[in-house]
Unconditional design. Structure first.
Length: 359
């Protein structure tokens, strides 16, 4: 059986690259062939054109420009990591319409592949080029929003019609699909959680840090996060390492702006403590049993839901949360690892349903 996935495989974002790799490895482990469609939306290839400014708004447009510049030092390392991926032949808007008969199953996901504003409503990410609905499925696909405006419903009904399998990332997506098609979608875990610690260890590369350290992976400015880092360093006297760097007035650390996904995984594998505001920073802390503190805004739901599910909501620190006196407290991972195993099996079951029903 030959399967194909479509996602954001060609972006220099740690979470995007690692979820892409993890989903492919999980499909290969089920005994089927898989290729990631080597397709990137023209909209994503030209993020700075004026139409993108109109679609995204001023703030998102200029933040996108800033993040793109910040990611440039890691380009070489990401290109090296992508050699681990099995890609299809290069595809564009025309040639992608010709490949339906080359695969038995097409899977959208994971990531915000159904966030139309990210891809300029490119219908390729909605598998519009696949006419046979029995070949269409998704895994941990995300809309990237809680609900949509009424005027967008006809567009999404057209884009998402005729899927046989709706497996999505957030519970909010269940409500969206129920409203659109009166279907009961299945919530599935992020693909990175489908791959166990031993398998991720084979991907990890040494990032050149020989002594114990506190790892900081920060994606948004946060005074709370910086204060936690300061206090944790004071309590442990450990070196602080940050990917790519800390956003704010703190300078006593080692930045790592050039690491790629393999080195990123290695940094989590070997950290003594982790301080993060990232979902994937949180998941890899759990995979490698790292003592993590998650500094998140009040309205963040994904990390909140995940840590509550594995039984350690006390590791969440909101802007108004008092910082615990003892930040060196060890997380008891026994029950957490059992829960992670259950989560992994639930996700793999969703993949098996899609794969085995189409064999």
């Amino acid at each position: 059986m030959k399967t194909a996935t479509i996602t954001f495989h060609n972006t220099n974002n740690f979470g995007a690259a690692l979820q892409c790799y993890a989903l492919q490895q999980s499909l290969l482990a089920l005994g089927v062939e898989n290729e990631i469609l080597d397709y990137t939306s023209p909209y994503l290839n030209k993020p700075y054109k004026l139409s993108a400014l109109k679609e995204k708004g001023v703030v998102r447009y200029f933040l996108g420009m800033a993040y793109s510049l910040l990611r440039m030092p890691r380009n070489k390392a990401f290109r090296k990591f992508r050699r681990l991926l099995r890609l299809s032949k290069p595809l564009d808007k025309d040639t992608i319409k010709t490949i339906e008969n080359e695969y038995d199953l097409f899977i959208t996901g994971s990531d915000q592949v159904w966030n139309g504003s990210l891809v300029g409503y490119d219908d390729s990410y909605f598998l519009h080029f696949v006419k046979d609905g029995n070949k269409k499925g998704s895994y941990a696909a995300s809309f990237g929003f809680l609900k949509f405006e009424e005027e967008l419903k006809p567009k999404y009904r057209e884009l998402l019609q005729n899927y046989k399998y709706y497996n999505i990332r957030e519970t909010s997506g269940v409500d969206i699909l129920k409203d659109l098609f009166d279907v009961d979608a299945n919530v599935t875990v992020d693909p990175t959680l489908l791959v166990d610690k031993d398998s991720w260890s084979k991907v990890a590369n040494n990032a050149g840090i020989s002594e114990p350290y506190i790892l900081v992976y920060q994606i948004s400015p946060s005074g709370k996060l910086i204060e936690v880092v300061k206090q944790l360093k004071k309590q442990t006297n450990l070196k602080v390492v940050a990917v790519p760097f800390i956003m704010g007035y703190y300078f006593d650390y080692t930045p790592k702006p050039t690491v790629g996904p393999s080195e990123w995984v290695g940094l989590f594998q070997n950290a003594s403590y982790v301080v993060t505001d990232s979902f994937h920073g949180t998941t890899f802390s759990m995979i490698f049993n790292r003592n993590v503190w998650c500094c998140i805004p009040e309205n963040e739901s994904r990390i909140n839901s995940f840590l509550s599910m594995v039984g350690i909501p006390e590791r969440l620190l909101y802007p108004r949360t008092a910082i615990p006196e003892n930040l060196t407290e060890i997380i008891p991972f026994g029950q957490i690892n059992i829960k992670l195993g259950e989560i992994r099996e639930q996700g793999l079951a969703a993949l098996k349903t899609m794969v085995y029903e189409n064999k």
